[in-house]
Design a protein around this ligand. Structure first.
Ligand SMILES: CC(C)=CCC/C(C)=C/CC/C(C)=C/COP(=O)(O)OP(=O)(O)O
Length: 476
């Protein structure tokens, strides 16, 4: 419901107690409650064993019971819980297949407009763990019947009030980001650049959900804007010679090096240099350590990866899938942004978590974005025959593969990366790394909103999300 920041201590203390008693989930009697407890504990980073689901299997033939297939609530709980699996937890794969199949069967037998069918469809399409809490709030309230003396209307009133306050905070932040963007003057100077501060700001708005993190959201939005702008310089503007120069200058990180650049690149470089140095200085003021060296390294890596892609594209080279993905993870920009987020959230200073500790989480998040992006561009590519993508590399490497097979393969890769994110989430749950880990999961949850283009090349789900977060209301 988007109000958990008011109840952090209560949530932690309840979950800690549940965790201590969770060995066999003995106090819970039904599938739904056991699954819910499992999901909530794992979501908050408590490593409870998935073996609890083995008890739902028949002893004689090892299948899940038939009576379970009639229990829609239980199936929904199981399906939701199965989303938190990590690699090698075959029991959770079985739970996902079983519950998914039976929920689909219920849909086929149900009147498609009834409440139950709507809830099943929503669960299958948007399970909790892989979606933003802020996207699920409306439907949660709608389906909520009250619990432990909390009526629906009491909670809804609280959620509405909180939502109105948060909406104003977000509007205010967006205004600041837009002012900063305008003050750079890049959109006037480079007419082909994407001019989308609202879209750029939506990333940190979705990822850092605690309303108190205004400054952090604004700084992250600036970094994200710069990834988009530099991506456009590489995709739309530069020749390979110019892009090589730009990459060298970013690697050098000296303002004086700007004179070596073509005129049209100078303002972008200056904006990058000033913005990132200023973020580094702010972090120094707050936490006593200046991470600018590590921040600039990530921009150098990003430009190196953009340049490699530009050279492949310019020379018609289609790299191997491995080579493409290794580079594509960096060129997704996710690693760059997560390093900034790491320091902006105060990690790496007075905490026992280091930059290397987030590399696996960061690379899975990056892979998810890269692959989703390429699922979309594969469609364009088929229409227009341009733009490199993983799909193209895969089809070259696997001569008999159809585009459908390639897309299925990409969807499987994305599922595997989610399992790795889940694993890393369980590793990164010290109190100091909790906000980082949760924000990283949110960034993976945000990706489908950012890349679900319709036939008109618009992003209807993203538009809906922006409308509801910044301009809408929570009421039904
Ligand atoms: C909090 C967090 C981790 C946020 C991630 C923000 C981020 C790095 C977004 C992607 C930026 C990017 C590479 C855009 C490329 O343009 P495009 O997406 O249009 O792709 P294209 O150039 O392949 O068309």
């Amino acid at each position: 419901m988007g109000i958990e920041h008011h109840f952090q201590e209560e949530i932690q203390s309840i979950l800690q107690k549940e965790f201590e008693q969770s060995a066999c989930f003995l106090k819970y009697q039904n599938h739904h409650d056991i699954s819910l407890c499992f999901r909530l504990l794992r979501q908050e980073g408590y490593h409870v064993s998935a073996d609890v689901f083995k008890r739902f299997k028949n002893n004689d033939d090892g299948t899940f019971g038939l009576n379970l297939s009639q229990d829609v609530n239980g199936l929904i709980g199981l399906y939701e819980a199965s989303q938190l699996g990590v690699e090698g937890e075959f029991i959770l794969d079985e739970v996902a297949n079983f519950s998914g199949e039976h929920l689909n069967a219920c849909l086929a037998n149900n009147d498609s407009s009834c409440d139950e069918a709507r809830i099943i469809r929503e669960t299958l399409k948007y399970p909790y763990h892989k979606n933003l809490a802020s996207c699920k709030a409306k439907s949660f309230i709608n389906n909520f019947k009250g619990i432990n003396g909390w009526g629906r209307s009491t909670l809804q009133e609280l959620a509405n009030m909180d939502y109105s306050i948060t909406k104003e905070i977000h509007q205010h932040e967006l205004a600041q980001v837009s002012r900063w963007w305008k003050s750079l003057g890049l959109a006037e100077e480079l007419k082909l650049l994407r001019d989308q501060p609202l879209k750029w700001y939506t990333w940190p708005m979705a990822v850092l959900q605690d309303p108190r993190m205004s400054q952090q959201r604004i700084e992250l939005a600036k970094c994200i804007s710069l990834v988009y702008v530099i991506d456009d310089i590489f995709d739309v503007y530069g020749t390979i010679e110019e892009l090589t120069l730009f990459t060298q200058v970013v690697n050098r990180w000296e303002l004086s090096a700007m004179v070596d650049l073509p005129e049209y690149m100078r303002s972008t470089y200056k904006a990058l240099y000033n913005t990132i140095n200023s973020i580094g200085n702010n972090i120094y003021k707050i936490y006593g350590q200046n991470p600018t060296q590590n921040l600039r390294n990530t921009w150098a890596n990003l430009c190196n990866a953009f340049l490699k892609e530009a050279k492949w594209f310019a020379s018609g080279v289609v790299p191997s899938t491995n080579e493409y993905l290794k580079n594509g993870v960096v060129s997704s920009g996710v690693g760059t942004i997560l390093v900034h987020m790491f320091y902006i959230l105060g990690l790496g200073v007075n905490s026992n978590i280091h930059l290397e500790d987030i590399s696996s989480m960061s690379s899975s998040g990056a892979m998810i974005l890269r692959l989703w992006d390429d699922l979309g561009s594969a469609k364009d590519e088929n229409q227009e025959g341009k733009d490199g993508s993983y799909i193209e590399c895969y089809m070259k490497e696997n001569k008999d593969a159809s585009i459908e097979l390639a897309r299925e393969h990409v969807i499987k890769l994305i599922e595997d990366e989610w399992k790795n994110l889940n694993k890393e989430h369980l590793h990164l749950m010290s109190p100091s790394s909790r906000s980082f880990s949760k924000a990283s999961l949110n960034s993976a949850r945000m990706v489908p909103l950012m890349y679900s283009y319709d036939d008109n090349q618009s992003l209807p789900i993203l538009q809906e999300y922006i409308k509801s977060m910044l301009y809408g209301d929570l009421s039904m």
